[in-house]
Design a binder for this molecule. Sequence first.
Ligand code: MLT
Length: 265
Amino acid sequence: MKTVHVHGIDLATLDQGVGPPVLLVHAFPLNHSMWNGQIAALAANYRVIAPDLRGFGQSGISEGTVTMEQFADDLAGLLDGLGVTEPVVFCGLSMGGYIGWQFYRKHGHRVRAMILCDTRAVADTAETRAARMDLINRVLREGPEAVAQTMIPKLLAASTVASRPEIVASVQRMILANDPRGIAAAARGIAERPDATALLPEIRCPTLVIVGKFDAISTLEEMRCIAGKIPGAKLVTIAGAGHLTPIEQPAQTTAAIESFLKGLA
Ligand code: MLT
């Protein structure tokens, strides 16, 4: 991992391989290693940049609220720090996708193509926001165990939870390794995120939308709707996966990403 100082904080990032840059942006509340099933294969042909976002993994922590826009600005600063000037393929999952909307909006000239995995364009409802506030209070009081307990059944398909204990353990390890203050700051930012639906028809780059068939957070129906609103976007459904497609079905997810990347001009 490299460390790059960006906007007052140290960001830890994997930077592996040579070729056109692919930026992998992790979900809440995980870290860059959620892409471990993709990194080696992609790094054979691309420069893979997979950071721990502010407040997660080995990166520095900020308290208060970290907005999706702040994360997007951090990523632009990270690319500057790494000397990446050519446009990147932005690949984000869930919160990574929320950040993707802001990255495209503010730093669109840096985007060659988008890969949006298991994410949402709508803002939180009042009910979801209230549940998030509850989670923030619990994580600050009880630590990340509270988040792992609440979120794992939603992050993974029921079949993954029932029969693949190694995956459950690995997601749990990622969550538990995070600082409660970093989790709380990102959760506040997620709760405040704007509705990105109006942006979808404005996205003018090649776009791939990936969704786990059993995703309980960003459902197949919702992701189909997102793909339908982005001109020319392609939708790939991953069988046997919930919300965390790259972890639950690494081979299928990597194949979908590789085939999309190969098709880029
Ligand atoms: C994520 O996977 O990033 C989270 O599920 C996002 C969310 O809670 O909205």
